[in-house]
Design a protein around this ligand. Structure first.
Ligand code: CA
Length: 180
């Protein structure tokens, strides 16, 4: 499963989470963001975060990344991100997954973006020990819990905002990769 955004947004959208979502819970605050395609990319087109602000914006994966993705347990979620501002929301998760029954798992990478950085490849292990239940400070899910989420995925959200106002973010080359 992959999105390269060569000619369009490929079914992706975006939503805003509360800037304090890691304390208050990952309940979306604004659901109706569109994403803009940019000619810019790594290479050939990418998603660009919307200009208006409503909390912390996350890119929302297209439907083809959702549903039964049980085959990718042990594999990776990979994406390329470019940010143009000093990060501020460092306490938020970088990826949020939610199952059809509402179970929420979050992932926080060790990646700390810097101002005007170049394109950065982020590789997220799809293994229970790398994730947390509900928020970054919580314990990891069990393998069974994580497999259950991957079996009925309702959402994958990739963080696109690290600074409160005036920043830009670009997303490209999203892959769900099974274990090889
Ligand atoms: Ca591209």
């Amino acid at each position: 499963m992959a999105s390269y955004f060569i000619d369009g947004v490929e079914g992706w959208s975006a939503l805003g989470y509360d800037a304090n979502a890691d304390t208050n819970g990952y309940t979306s605050r604004c659901n109706s963001y569109s994403v803009h395609l940019s000619r810019f990319g790594f290479p050939d087109g990418c998603l660009r975060r919307p200009d208006d602000t409503c909390g912390a914006m996350f890119f929302q994966a297209a439907a083809v990344f959702l549903g039964d993705q049980s085959a990718v347990y042990g594999g990776t979620l990979e994406y390329t991100l470019k940010l143009e501002q000093v990060p501020l929301y460092v306490r938020l998760a970088d990826v949020v997954m939610r199952s059809a029954n509402g179970t929420t798992l979050v992932y926080k990478s060790g990646f700390v973006p810097t101002e005007s950085q170049d394109w950065k490849r982020v590789v997220v292990p799809l293994e229970a020990s790398a994730w947390h239940r509900d928020r970054v400070s919580e314990a990891p899910p069990t393998e069974a819990e994580m497999r259950a989420v991957l079996t009925s995925l309702r959402a994958i959200h990739i963080r696109g905002e690290y600074f409160d106002g005036g920043d830009e973010a670009y997303l490209d080359n999203v892959l769900l990769r099974s274990v090889r």
